[in-house]
Every structure is written in structure tokens, then in C-alpha cells.
Design a binder for this molecule. Structure first.
Ligand code: NCD
Length: 340
């Protein structure tokens, strides 16, 4: 790990947002501030007592309308490590099944005295709709095919740990189902704002050429082997079969042959390339087991860093009015005043 990655937070920056909805709307210094805050908080998870008091008395509700293990557990643990009370709320438990609207569900939960709603929903834009209708903070935990901001933040956090804090000019690839991937979209926003080049690689049906228009640093490719030697980071994505109306490539076997990362294909990659995956992984499809568990893989580091990143986000959106909570944590981080 690059030690310089544990930089002190910049003293001039003031966090003002009540919500974290997408990285498309964040400025570069806001993204950097979340990453710096996460670096300061990571150490808490290494302590023997992994709990600090800043969000004591606050309530964080996980409102998940889509299946999730990693993200939901990570948000729950992150909230608990900051001493917030947490409530888990899944679609199965929801009165939306009885015809209640999403807005009514959110308003009813908020009326019980909730500070942060962490929302995952199959419809793109759902967290924005909720945020417009409630007074508490809303954090997007993945909306349809649109954004997954905390996943991209933890991905970027993990990259900076290995490549150094400045990602300018780094070549970061996403291989696979870009068209349906909220993880890729949020990463594109974050990485281009931080000066990295983003390479989107996959069959034409899953990597539309129009994605290049997002930013001059976004490049699309359909032949992995032609670019693999240039890449500093390779993020592998699952084929989002549940979001595709029809299959967008001939067969999984064909897909694996052309785009799967195997030990043989790794021989063409840079010696110190990082292999990443947001999970859930389909071993033997987009990644072979020996690469997933091999020396280049930082997949479990991503999961670990998810906690610190989500702690940072929960704290920044919710703790601005509670005095100087971080002085109770490390004395290094400042209280963010929050917008009204
Ligand atoms: C991703 C998601 O839900 O968008 N997973 C995650 O949050 N860990 C990616 C995926 O489902 O493939």
C-alpha cells in the first residue's frame, strides 16, 4: 500500500450536501473530501473495539427494494460503527406490496424520526424522487442502471491505496456489461473528475460507442486483448441478466472466451495490474477462480474499504449539526456544516 494515500483532509473544504445521490452531480473536491474522510475512518475498523460515538442518537434506515448482501450489510455495519441505530427494511416487508406508493412509504418511515434513508431501488431515479419528498438525508445505494455512488467511491478509494492518491493519467478499464451497469456509470463520473482515463470494454451490444460522448477521457473498445497491456486497473462486471430484456451476446462461453480474465490472458497485462470486481462474481464467466483469488486481486480490499467509505458518507450527510463528532474519533477531521 502507498502510505501517502493516507493524506490529511484538506482544511479549506466544507461539506454542504444533505444527500448523496449520484457522483454525476458532485464536484471533484467533494469526491476527494469523501475519500479523505474515509481514509481517516478506516483505522477504526482495525481497533479491538470497532465503534465510535459520532452518530449516537441518529437513526439510519436501509430501505432496499432489490436484493443485496454486500451493500446492505456494509451500510448497516458502517452505521453501527458510528453508533447510529439501524433498521433494515426490505421490499418483502414493505407496504408498497399492498399498493402504497414509494413516496408514502418513505414519508411514513421518516415520520418515525429517521435521519438517513439508504435507498436501493430497481428504478433509475428513485432516490432523487424520495429526496425531493423527505426532510431527512437520502443516500443512493444503487438505482436501476443509473448510479451506485458508494460502490464507485470505494472502488476509487481502493485504487488510490495501490496507485497513490493522484489518479491523473491512470488507465482504468471496466469490462463487460457497461450498458446496464450503475457501477460503471458512477465510476466514469468519479474517475474522469479525478483525471483518470476510463476504458469501457465489451461486445458492441453492451458497450455502445455513444458512451464516449460522456467525457473526452472515456474510450470504448470491443477487443480486450488489443488494450489489456495498457491498463493499470481492470474492473470486471457481472452480466446483469436480470436487467437485460434479451441476451446481448451469443453465449456465456463465447463471452468468457473473448472477455473473461483468465491466468492465460493475465500474461498480456501489466505486471502490477489491479483486478477488481464489485461483486457478486460469476466465477468461470467474467473471471477465473485463480485470478479472483490471485495476487493481483484486490476484490476483498474493496469490500473492506466499503465500510470506511460508507462511514464517511453517512457521517458527512448526517452529522453536521451535532457539534464536533470527529474529535471523538481522531481529532483530525472537521465537522461538516450541512445545508438546510
Ligand atoms: C453491484 C450492484 O448491485 O449494482 N453490486 C454491488 O453493489 N456490490 C453490481 C452487480 O449487481 O453486479
Amino acid at each position: 500500500m502507498n502510505e501517502s494515500a493516507t493524506a490529511e483532509p484538506s482544511s479549506s473544504f466544507t461539506w454542504t450536501r444533505r444527500h448523496l445521490l449520484g457522483l454525476g452531480e458532485l464536484e471533484r473536491d467533494e469526491i476527494e473530501h469523501i475519500l479523505e474522510t474515509a481514509r481517516g475512518l478506516k483505522e477504526i475498523s482495525m481497533r479491538s473495539v470497532r465503534k465510535v460515538p459520532p452518530l449516537r442518537g441518529k437513526v439510519v434506515v436501509n430501505l432496499f427494494f432489490e436484493p443485496s448482501t454486500r451493500t446492505r450489510t456494509s451500510f448497516e455495519l458502517a452505521a453501527q460503527r458510528l453508533s447510529a441505530d439501524t433498521i433494515e427494511f426490505t421490499e418483502k416487508m414493505s407496504a408498497t406490496r399492498k399498493g402504497e406508493t414509494l413516496i408514502d412509504t418513505a414519508k411514513n418511515i421518516e415520520a418515525m424520526g429517521v435521519d438517513v434513508l439508504v435507498v436501493r431501488h430497481a428504478s433509475s431515479g428513485a432516490p432523487w424522487i424520495i429526496a425531493r419528498n423527505v426532510d431527512c438525508s437520502v443516500v443512493n445505494a444503487g438505482d436501476g442502471t443509473h448510479e451506485h455512488p458508494t460502490q464507485a467511491l470505494l472502488d476509487v478509494f481502493t485504487m488510490t491505496e495501490h496507485l497513490g492518491p493522484d489518479l491523473t493519467g491512470k488507465q482504468v478499464a471496466f469490462v463487460g456489461d457497461i450498458a446496464y451497469s450503475r457501477v460503471a456509470r458512477s465510476n466514469i463520473f468519479a474517475l474522469t473528475k479525478l483525471g483518470a482515463h476510463v476504458h469501457l470494454i465489451g461486445p458492441k451490444t453492451l458497450v455502445p460507442g455513444s458512451l464516449k460522448q460522456l467525457h473526452p477521457n472515456v474510450h470504448t473498445h470491443h477487443h480486450l486483448d488489443e488494450v489489456i497491456a495498457e491498463l493499470d486497473v481492470i474492473n470486471l462486471l457481472r452480466i446483469q441478466l436480470e436487467r437485460q430484456g434479451a441476451t446481448n451476446f451469443p453465449s456465456l462461453r463465447e463471452y468468457t472466451r473473448l472477455y473473461g480474465i483468465t491466468r492465460a490472458r493475465m500474461r498480456r497485462a501489466k505486471e502490477n495490474v489491479l483486478i477488481m470486481h464489485p461483486g457478486p462474481m460469476n466465477r468461470g464467466v467474467e473471471i477465473s477462480p485463480d485470478v479472483a483469488d490471485g495476487p493481483h486481486s484486490v476484490i476483498l480490499n474493496q469490500v473492506t474499504n466499503g465500510l470506511a467509505t460508507r462511514m464517511a458518507v453517512l457521517w458527512l450527510v448526517s452529522a453536521g449539526d451535532t457539534g464536533s463528532p470527529m474529535s471523538q474519533v481522531s481529532g483530525r477531521l472537521r465537522t461538516p456544516p450541512r445545508e438546510g
